[in-house]
Design a protein around this ligand. Structure first.
Ligand code: NAD
Length: 449
């Protein structure tokens, strides 16, 4: 009957619209016209992203609340990070894109040489669920600023944010140059069969390997923004009240689900015992006597992760916290002391509000502990000693190194953000995003006469 044939036609249209090969072909067609290359187009897209973020901030914040229980401060934090990234990029883009002159050896003179930043083509962005807005759009700022077309695959584990991105992005950005494809493993697997000119993936290392293997088939370069266990070293002589506040803030924000959250504390000498009371006090200052009632604390993403985290609460000796509620997706901010390096909580990245303290006798032992393990995404240290800072800088390897704070390095727009070894490949933010999403083309020009 006519009803069902109309339905069928509609279904076919929808299937065609989301066929990965068609979406990529459309984006490639747009790139090939050259319309994404001019500075004016790039600035217009960044301006449109800014308008989207300001006009729809309430919508995005509601989605972040639905997905992760993010309160206003946390949710707006994702929006404001992006506004800063857009503004910093708009302010400098022309200067970043200018060809850079290079010196020419005497044998080739007279001649001119320069480095030109060429857009790559079609970029695939695969985003995770923990900061589902920030981590979807921050790489998009760089990919568009570098003159590419973009296919975004948001995380299916943050469905409200994924739906908001799919609905709102096409209303603001160039529809022929930016596409959103929602979905889980089957859809992502289908996308990864296509040929892209760059794949930018944020998430865990197991999937990072799948992404890199798929990219290898087309010789597509990848950026992998991964995670790992980021230590916080605390040395005697550091102000332990301030140290505990800053570690607690970085650790328990978003219920511990932050890629650069301090994963565990390496407490040197007698700092371990003193930190127990200071961390307990810091948690109460942040979330009150009952964190379950705090609007800013946040939820664990799903029951599976809740179960995984609850199983870690028995390791070591409980200092504070320990409560959990699977239905409310709640794990209380928890500090564990006397934790053995072999305990399960010291196995994989915790990615939740559980903070083990490992006591080590001295800085040598702390450095050895770090270097025996995978290179972390971030290393934090709280120390009053310049010599310690120098030793940690020279004797350890990590994506970022921060003294006296946690997490904040990613909000310094002129610093690169990325991992090393198991914590990732490549970097972005600000001008580093332009480098990531461009080809640095060597141009040599010698007159014929
Ligand atoms: P996730 O489960 O949302 O996965 C990330 C993306 O990979 C999603 O879009 C998902 O659809 C896709 N995916 C999942 N399985 C896949 C498969 N088999 N094939 C193809 N695609 C697949 O997020 P996650 O990995 O649980 O995120 C947590 C991890 O990400 C942590 O390790 C964290 O440290 C890391 N992380 C790193 C950064 C960073 O900037 N370096 C930021 C956030 C999170």
């Amino acid at each position: 009957n006519p009803g069902s044939s109309a339905e069928l036609a509609q279904l076919l249209v929808r299937a065609a619209a989301t066929d990965p090969a068609d979406v990529v072909a459309r984006l490639r067609g747009t790139f090939d016209t050259g319309r994404t290359r001019p500075l004016a187009w790039r600035l217009a897209q960044l301006g449109a992203l800014r308008t989207l973020l300001t006009e729809q901030s309430t919508e995005f914040m509601a989605a972040l609340h639905a997905d992760l229980g993010k309160g206003e401060t946390q949710a707006y934090g994702e929006v404001s990070f992006l506004l800063n990234e857009v503004d910093h990029t708009v302010a400098h883009l022309e200067e970043w894109l200018a060809p850079r002159p290079a010196a020419v050896p005497a044998t080739f003179q007279p001649a001119e040489a320069r480095v030109v930043r060429d857009p790559l083509g079609v970029v695939l962005l695969i985003a995770p669920w923990n900061y589902p807005l920030h981590l979807a759009l921050a790489p998009m700022v760089g990919a568009l600023a570098a003159g590419n077309t973009v296919l975004l695959k948001p995380s299916e584990l943050a469905p409200a944010t994924s739906a908001a991105l799919a609905r709102l992005l096409p209303r603001y950005l160039d529809r022929e140059a930016v596409a959103v494809v929602e979905g889980a493993v089957p859809e992502t697997t289908a996308l990864l069969e296509q040929r892209f000119d760059h794949i930018f993936y944020t998430g865990n290392g197991a999937v990072g390997r799948i992404v890199m293997a798929a990219a290898a088939k087309h010789l597509t370069p990848v950026t992998l923004e991964l995670g790992g266990k980021s230590p916080a070293v605390v040395e005697p002589g550091a102000d332990l009240a301030v140290t505990a506040q800053r570690i607690a803030r970085g650790k328990f924000q978003n219920a511990g689900q932050t890629c650069v959250a301090p994963d565990y504390i390496l407490a040197i000498g007698d700092t371990a015992a003193a930190l127990e009371a200071e961390l307990t006090a810091a948690i109460e200052t942040l979330y009150g006597p009952d964190p379950a009632a705090s609007s800013e604390y946040g939820q664990v993403i799903n029951e599976r992760h809740c179960d995984r985290l609850a199983a870690l609460l028995g390791d070591g000796r409980l200092v504070t916290g320990g409560a959990h509620d699977r239905v409310a997706r709640y794990i209380e901010p928890t500090v564990l002391a006397d934790v053995s390096p072999d305990a399960p909580v010291m196995g994989a990245e915790i990615f939740g509000p559980v903070l083990p303290i490992i006591a080590v006798p001295d800085l040598d032992a702390a450095i050895a502990f770090i270097n025996e393990r995978d290179k972390p995404l971030a290393l934090y240290a709280f120390t009053a000693s310049e010599q310690t800072k120098q030793r940690l800088t020279q004797e350890t390897s990590s994506g970022g190194l921060v003294f006296g704070l946690t997490i904040s390095h990613l909000s310094v727009p002129e610093l690169p953000f990325g991992g090393v070894g198991e914590s990732g490949i490549g970097r972005y933010h600000g001008e580093y995003s332009i480098e990531t999403f461009s080809h640095l083309k060597a141009v040599l020009d010698k007159p014929l006469s």
